[in-house]
Ligand binder design. Sequence first.
Ligand SMILES: [Zn+2]
Length: 72
Amino acid sequence: MFENEGVEIPCPKCGQKIAQRLGDLTRQDDHQLDCPGCGAAIRLDTKELRKGIEATEQTLDDLKRRFQDLFR
Ligand SMILES: [Zn+2]
């Protein structure tokens, strides 16, 4: 559900913001990209990010269920 959301990752070397899609970031446990500004290889540990997304989706599901319960 968040896969097409865009995020910007600042390069740790030059500060340039690199646009990425969440779906691309969370496909693997880590994600590597090259900064278009300075060429630095940036490696991201996306495990925590993925956990956060899963937790958010669960909370949303939970919220929907609670909402439906109200009208039962
Ligand atoms: Zn850079």
